[in-house]
Design a protein around this ligand. Sequence first.
Ligand SMILES: Cc1cc2nc3c(=O)[nH]c(=O)nc-3n(C[C@H](O)[C@H](O)[C@H](O)COP(=O)(O)O)c2cc1C
Ligand SMILES: [Fe+2]
Ligand SMILES: [Fe+2]
Length: 415
Amino acid sequence: MRSELNSVKVAENTYWVGIVDDRKVPFHRLILEKGTTYNSYLMMTEKPTLIDTVDIAFGREFVEQMSSLMDLDELAYIVINHVEPDHAGALPALLRKATNAVIVTTSLGAELLKDMFRIKNREFLIIKDGDSLDIGGKTLQFFETPYLHTAETMITYAVEDKTLYPCDQFSTHMAAHELFNDLAQEDYLPDFETYYKLIMGPHRPYVRKMLEKIAGLEINMIAPSHGYILREDPQRFISLYDEMSTLSTSGETKKVTIVYSTMTGNTRKLAQQLAEAIADYGMVVDEYNLRDADLKEVADSIRSSDGLLVGSSTRYADMVGDIEKLLQELAESEMRRIPAAAFGSYGWSGEATLHIENYLEQAGFQVINERHLLGNHGYDMSLFPLRVKFIDEKALERARQAGELFGEKVLTYTA
Ligand SMILES: Cc1cc2nc3c(=O)[nH]c(=O)nc-3n(C[C@H](O)[C@H](O)[C@H](O)COP(=O)(O)O)c2cc1C
Ligand SMILES: [Fe+2]
Ligand SMILES: [Fe+2]
């Protein structure tokens, strides 16, 4: 294990106090072959402020280094943009020395920090989108950027310096010893793009929202928390995020087939919500109530679709109507691996969606359900299978969200 801990000036009164981690670090079931950095930034203003800390493995080292730079009792604020332990991990060790520091984070961030690190009797300053903080010689502005890449995330903008501190966003996993992108010894762009695809890409709609929020800011430097500080041509990296998060409009319009059986119409109402949400994504939706549809026609529609939603209510622990017949036929023929999911209204036990999922798996579809969505923060994991007790307004709203999620999955799906 080799690390460097140093302070390097990045802006007026602002110093990089991070760690370069040369290890091949295991992270999110990947091995970071080129190592990484944990960038932390110290602003020595009238109210000294730290932006993010470093990985939990370097807590002691980090606090020693910080102590050598300043009297930690004077640290006024610790901004936590993101609570994952590769950035917030040194917080508990730091708090023991920085006895007066106020923790600046979102309300969800504060809850998570308290739970994770058992922080008691400390003052939090809870941030809402767009809030500003005067740290005596600098103004910080904060923007909530939920799900980039976890729910509590925010970014910090140093107004006078025109510098953005976006934590994981705009990061690169590389042991960037040179620290600044204009000094980089190798081409880091492929790594920058890979990072986006793996960490931010799954939350594409939220990337669009973040880009809208920062569009009005003048940004001369992006100082993320992994890899290079982007002081040369920061706009280029914003443009890259813009390009990578924009869905290509070229190519064929995609199609989703929605097929269901219902006894009293509840499952049909779910189908309608799903269909509307998916149509809003500009996709073609073929919707069939199996009571009045030809099985063969439906199966043909499914074969030419890019996504499939199958619905049934539960009747005596089973599916209703001809849904099983259709699913048997699909399971017996070779299907392309397109996203597919189950939905249905039920009364008390709701087995139908489970039976549907089993058939969909068997037929070789990419079943969108909790297992698929686990860890894919940003989506309510209970959206699929869409199981709704009878029907009410709340259920219809959930169906709408599920439709949006499914539309996103189909549009961004690559086999
Ligand atoms: C004859 C019958 C049997 C039912 N059996 C079940 C059951 O085993 N488990 C369950 O969760 N709901 C059961 N229900 C409740 C229905 O699934 C529930 O009313 C549902 O909202 C109907 O949706 P639909 O209008 O789409 O058919 C049953 C309803 C009827 C009428
Ligand atoms: Fe993270
Ligand atoms: Fe991170």
